[in-house]
Design a protein around this ligand. Structure first.
Ligand SMILES: NC(=O)c1ccc[n+]([C@@H]2O[C@H](COP(=O)([O-])OP(=O)(O)OC[C@H]3O[C@@H](n4cnc5c(N)ncnc54)[C@H](O)[C@@H]3O)[C@@H](O)[C@H]2O)c1
Length: 290
């Protein structure tokens, strides 16, 4: 069947891209950072504090949480985002202590490695629990509260460039695609409210993500390692730039100020996503050159 380009284009719903209210002054605002005891979250916590916000870090790793809170002189609440009750108790703490949350960084995440054939169900469940269910639990608890905030507020969901193209392990990619999808749905549904939304899609950043196993719960440990030498690599045509987390943090705060939805720390990596759209375009419009 040949598709009429004009009819097809007219049938595509127009995306609402306007965020009605933007936060341009962070001073005195309340920021909550999940996964804030390390890496990108820690840098976001530091940048948020430097911008004048009162910061609360929520992280599962107690020792790192304590050390980071002491270093940055911010509050911390031990939180496991995989546990809805733990996230509810974090939200209760924020409501009781500060009344509401102004900027929510929904950032905690883990990354396993290995090929799809090597993943056990425990591997899948662990990554889905933290990277997908964890993000959902946080939105579920904080969004209703933030919608009641009389001031404009903002939620940043941390996905990855792996949310736009599959460059890393399948379970990780699956969760990050989901976070991008959730964020796009939130942008649409919240466009007429005072809650702004962004999705952070970093490329490579110098963090402790490669040591994620440190936070795997005992119940999801593999009884015997199924993994052989885990291998994945970015295509060599794209030179990987490894950013410092502080750079990502500054980009993130700038995006909130600008009301930007997409936060791409390394837009050149989008080249990895093109082949899919070219393939789909060729199916939709056969015979048209791109
Ligand atoms: N580092 C990168 O190259 C990169 C690239 C793209 C996306 N990301 C994403 O950035 C986010 C932050 O990761 P990072 O790179 O800073 O890694 P990191 O390991 O340095 O920090 C992740 C933090 O999440 C916390 N965490 C893990 N499980 C948790 C749980 N169940 N509940 C609460 N906290 C939990 C960890 O304790 C840690 O403090 C993740 O969502 C990750 O997927 C990272």
């Amino acid at each position: 069947m040949r598709i009429d380009t004009a009819v097809f284009a007219a049938s595509v719903p127009q995306t609402v891209v306007t965020i009605t209210l933007m936060i341009d002054d962070f001073s005195g605002r309340i920021a909550v950072v999940t996964g804030g005891a390390s890496g990108i979250g820690k840098a976001i916590a530091a940048a948020s504090k430097a911008a004048g916000m009162t910061v609360v870090i929520a992280d599962v790793e107690q020792a790192a949480l304590d050390a980071t809170c002491e270093e940055l002189r911010v509050d911390g609440v031990q939180t496991d985002v995989t546990d809805p009750l733990s996230v509810a108790s974090l939200a209760d703490h924020i409501r009781g202590r500060f009344g509401n949350c102004d900027v929510l960084f929904n950032n905690a995440g883990v990354a396993p490695n290995g090929l799809i054939v090597q993943q056990t169900l425990r591997d899948w469940n662990w990554v889905i629990d933290v990277n997908l269910r964890g993000v959902v639990h946080v939105i579920h608890e904080f969004l209703p509260m933030m919608l009641e905030n009389e001031r404009s507020t903002h939620i940043v969901n941390t996905a990855s460039i792996a949310g736009l193209t599959s460059v890393i392990s399948a379970p990780y990619t699956a969760t990050k695609y989901a976070v991008v999808g959730i964020s796009e749905a939130m942008r649409e549904e919240l466009s007429q409210t005072t809650v702004g939304v962004s999705v952070l899609c970093p490329g490579l950043v110098r963090t402790n993500l490669a040591k994620s196993e440190r936070n795997r719960p005992a119940s999801l440990e593999n009884p015997e390692r199924r993994k052989r030498a885990a291998k994945w690599s970015l295509p060599t045509t794209v030179p990987p730039v490894v950013l410092d987390p502080s750079v990502v943090a500054e980009m993130t705060l700038a995006a909130i100020r600008n009301g930007d939805f997409w936060i791409l720390t390394d837009p050149s990596l989008l080249a990895l996503a093109w082949p899919r759209y070219e393939e789909l375009r060729a199916i939709a419009f056969p015979g048209e050159s791109s």
